[in-house]
Write a protein that binds this ligand. Structure first.
Ligand code: ITT
Length: 181
């Protein structure tokens, strides 16, 4: 089965391709990101909208993710894309004061919708925000460190093994495999 991954972010597609054995096709449709503090709600609304708008009956997948910095009350969280565009990732790292704890969490939700059924798969990874390091990945990867390495210092394979997206995709892949049996 082909999976239509609705996103403008090629980094997400690259990671999904490493993980899922099924064919992953990128659909660059700009769905409305509803305002909510619930990533699953945002992802399901996006998946429904994209499914209706693209007029095909093949299932779609939307992935919504965010960086939650503990000392900043979970900011930028669901607003991570807007904050990356306006403030930039390096300034997010600088927002935390030296005396603050550096703990953060990346959360992500993969939402599947086939016209009838919506399912969500969540994943999270704990880490710390640090001064930017590494050339790989995308978005906040250079400032998010997990077990001594930033996500931008990891290969896609290594990032998938520990990341919010990898964990969500693993659950999604298991669910797909069970349905296809
Ligand atoms: P689409 O909505 O088109 O899929 P996007 O990049 O806007 O693409 P999100 O709203 O899910 O996707 O992304 C929220 C922000 O978090 C955005 O700034 C991303 O660059 C960033 N982000 C998402 N996943 C990430 C990851 O695995 N590593 C680093 N940053 C990530």
């Amino acid at each position: 089965m082909a999976i239509r991954f609705v996103t403008s972010n090629e980094g997400k597609v690259r990671e999904a391709r490493e993980y899922l054995t099924d064919e992953v096709e990128q659909i660059d449709y700009d769905y409305t990101e509803i305002q909510s503090d619930d990533l699953a709600e945002i992802a399901v609304a996006g998946a429904r909208e994209a499914f209706e708008a693209t007029g095909s009956d093949e299932p779609v997948v939307v992935d919504d993710a965010g960086l939650f910095v503990e000392a900043l009350g979970g900011f930028p969280g669901p607003y991570s894309a807007y904050v990356e565009d306006t403030v930039g990732v390096e300034r997010v790292w600088r927002l935390a004061k030296p005396e603050d704890n550096r703990r953060a969490r990346f959360r992500g939700v993969v939402a599947y919708y086939d016209g009838e059924r919506a399912e969500t798969f969540a994943g999270a990874v704990p880490g710390r925000i640090v001064a930017p390091r590494g050339e790989g990945g995308f978005g906040y990867d250079p400032i998010f460190e997990h077990e001594g390495e930033t996500l931008a210092e990891m290969s896609t394979e290594r990032k998938n093994a520990i990341s919010h997206r990898g964990r969500a995709l693993a659950k999604f892949a298991d669910w797909l495999a069970e349905r296809e049996d």
